[in-house]
Design a protein around this ligand. Structure first.
Ligand code: DGL
Length: 358
């Protein structure tokens, strides 16, 4: 006697097949996001749940970070790569070049729709800006970190990672430049900065303003960055293995010019002066900067103040001294732009144009 399946059984099988098809179709519709892990507190661990300082950064691997947030599977098809495993105070030019090349390789692939980079918060703003100037794609690139290790009460890493992947998977983030997703907020790489040593709301874009929020599983943009970025920049790091040495000297009352002179003697190709006020130069340091310029070192006047425009020909006669004014870039970001500018030209007028363009 042959087996005659009941109509009810056949309907059940058909329903399961349709459900699996719909899941497969839904999965097919999810964006493909690659998470590149570099270390930091988001990958950190502490001795107890109340250890929010004095923990160890860069101990948890990318697959563990992904496994700790199963909700990621609802917003993207996620893959992970462990590019580095470092505390970000140890980030170097070589790390940046390797990371930017990997990002560009992945984004050139049709099966990669966006990238999330997990990173220590100490230099996150710098890596973000470096990538903002060197990524050659309009696809989303989102940097994310955490102010508390994953072992801590109310750790911010998991929700920050979820938001970052959701943002990188979104159409809204396409063409917006490199973004930073922290504390439910969306910031532009050029203008965001770490403003607090330890609190979860540390990342801010004072005065110039953040771009938007991530709320209820959706990104909301209210602004866009006005400066050129990513595929629209003139910088190409694809053939570079090193970057020109550019250092920062800090301005303060009674400043000692020894540090400046030592950096120039050590071969700096550019100096960022983090001046007091509107990029003011103490007489003793001005003498050293003028001498350095005469040796061919490119000089950029920035400010330790953190907000506002360092005006060309304001606190110093840049035309006469052949210095460059940093516009609104803080010293650590001015250093990044000057390093990349020096891979293209040593012409101070061209470099000043770049500081008004990016
Ligand atoms: N060592 C710091 C870093 O890796 C920890 C800070 C953090 O990631 O929040 O940037």
């Amino acid at each position: 006697m042959s087996y005659q399946p009941s109509a009810r059984w056949l309907n059940a099988v058909l329903a399961c097949a349709m459900l699996l098809t719909s899941y497969a179709e839904a999965a097919e519709k999810l964006a493909h996001v690659t998470i590149l892990a570099t270390g930091g507190t988001i990958a950190g661990s502490g001795a107890s749940s109340t250890t929010t300082v004095g923990y160890t950064a860069a101990t948890v691997g990318v697959n563990s970070l992904i496994a700790a947030v199963p909700e990621l599977a609802k917003v993207a098809e996620v893959k992970g790569e462990q590019v580095f495993q470092i505390a970000s105070e140890n980030m170097s030019n070589e790390h940046w070049l390797k990371l930017a090349k990997r990002v560009n390789t992945l984004l050139a692939q049709p099966d990669v729709d966006g990238i999330v980079i997990t990173h220590g918060t100490d230099t996150l703003e710098e890596t973000a800006y470096f990538l903002d100037l060197t990524v050659k794609s309009k696809k989303p690139v989102v940097l994310v970190g955490a102010m508390r290790p994953g072992t801590a009460l109310s750790a911010d890493g998991p929700i920050n990672l979820y938001n970052a992947v959701l943002l990188a998977a979104s159409q809204e983030a396409v063409g917006k430049g490199v973004l930073v997703a922290m504390n439910d907020q969306i910031h532009a790489a050029r203008d965001v900065t770490k403003t607090n040593t330890s609190t979860p709301d540390s990342f801010k874009t004072p005065e110039l303003g953040m771009l938007g929020y991530i709320q209820g599983n959706k990104p909301y943009f209210y602004h866009v960055s006005s400066r050129k970025n990513t595929a629209d920049t003139e910088f190409d790091i694809s053939q570079l293995d090193t970057l020109p040495q550019v250092d920062i000297v800090y301005g303060y009352a009674n400043v000692n010019p020894v540090a400046l002179n030592a950096l120039v003697a050590a071969g700096a190709k550019g100096i960022i002066h983090a001046g007091v006020g509107d990029g003011s130069l103490a007489a003793s340091v001005k003498t050293g900067l003028v001498a350095a310029r005469k040796q061919g070192v490119l000089i950029v006047r920035s400010s330790r103040v953190g907000q506002g425009i360092v005006a060309r020909n304001g606190e110093a006669n840049d035309d006469e001294l052949d210095f460059v004014a940093s516009d609104t870039l803080n010293p650590q970001k001015a250093r990044i732009l000057l390093m990349l500018a020096l891979t293209r030209t040593s012409d101070s007028k061209q470099i000043q144009r770049m500081f008004y363009t990016y």
